[in-house]
Design a protein around this ligand. Structure first.
Ligand SMILES: NC(=O)c1ccc[n+]([C@@H]2O[C@H](COP(=O)([O-])OP(=O)(O)OC[C@H]3O[C@@H](n4cnc5c(N)ncnc54)[C@H](OP(=O)(O)O)[C@@H]3O)[C@@H](O)[C@H]2O)c1
Length: 219
């Protein structure tokens, strides 16, 4: 399986990259990001760029892939509405539309979050934006698309969040998260499990397009 990975420098993406590099069935990983993922592996190639809206200059390098794991994303905390929408909706759909055209056999996996609002009508801004992003991704002509909606994610194997405040919360909450993942797996998953579940749905599919933590942990 040949995989394109966005967001490999982030908390979720670092975990997903680790699992892709460890999985014998993943033969190639193309990382697309603003900076290097900081890994060396015979399976790994990287495209470093600033433009995440127009891929016409690299289309030839984006064809022939089986899956895209889209882990690029930001927190809405402290961000104005227009910028959050741009970083969440515009950037995601620009990449996905290009990839769907170049790889109609591709499986696309998008990381949203627990509480995403599929109705696009609710009171919570970030949830509406993520909901519209999910809904429009599901309309694209991929072989399949899966929306991952994790709640809390326990970072494992040295994975760190890009956002200092998120990292601080995860360090402080590590013992609690570790306990919660045992007693309430419905609400907590891990970076390792996110990566393993993405590979699993890309390879074998899943009965429904939206996966909560419970589904992610089952895979
Ligand atoms: N962490 C959690 O607990 C959690 C829980 C539920 C859902 N999620 C969702 O999972 C997704 C990823 O979260 P995360 O925790 O991995 O975030 P993170 O650690 O902050 O990483 C964000 C990733 O997105 C990239 N990115 C951000 N802005 C960008 C831009 N303007 N252009 C290009 N790349 C950009 C970053 O690249 P740079 O290195 O270039 O900045 C980085 O690779 C988000 O959609 C988030 O809502 C996270």
């Amino acid at each position: 399986m040949k995989v394109i990975l966005f967001g490999a420098t982030g908390m979720v993406g670092q975990g997903v990259l680790r699992e892709c590099l460890r999985d014998g069935g993943v033969t190639q990983v193309l990382v697309i990001g603003r900076s290097a993922a900081g890994q060396r592996d015979v399976k790994l190639t990287e495209i470093i760029r600033d433009d995440f809206l127009d891929y016409s200059d690299i289309e030839a390098q984006l064809a022939g892939f089986d899956a895209c794991f889209f882990c690029l994303g930001v927190s809405s905390v402290g961000m104005d509405a227009e910028r959050y929408r741009h970083l969440t909706y515009d950037i995601t759909l620009a990449a996905a539309a290009t990839l769907a055209r170049l790889n109609p056999q591709m499986v696309f996996v998008y990381v949203t979050g627990a509480g995403t609002d599929s109705s696009e009508q609710g009171r919570v801004r970030w949830a509406r934006v993520k909901g519209k992003t999910e809904n429009d991704l599901l309309k694209l002509p991929f072989r399949a698309a899966y929306m991952f909606r994790p709640g809390a994610i326990q970072p494992l194997h040295g994975v760190r969040s890009k956002a200092a405040w998120v990292q601080a919360i995860y360090v402080a909450a590590a013992p609690l998260l570790s306990w919660l993942s045992r007693v309430a797996p419905k609400y907590v998953t891990t970076t390792e499990q996110m990566g393993r579940a993405m590979i699993s749905v890309a390879r074998d599919g899943y009965p429904k397009p939206v996966l909560e933590s419970e589904d992610i942990n089952r895979l």
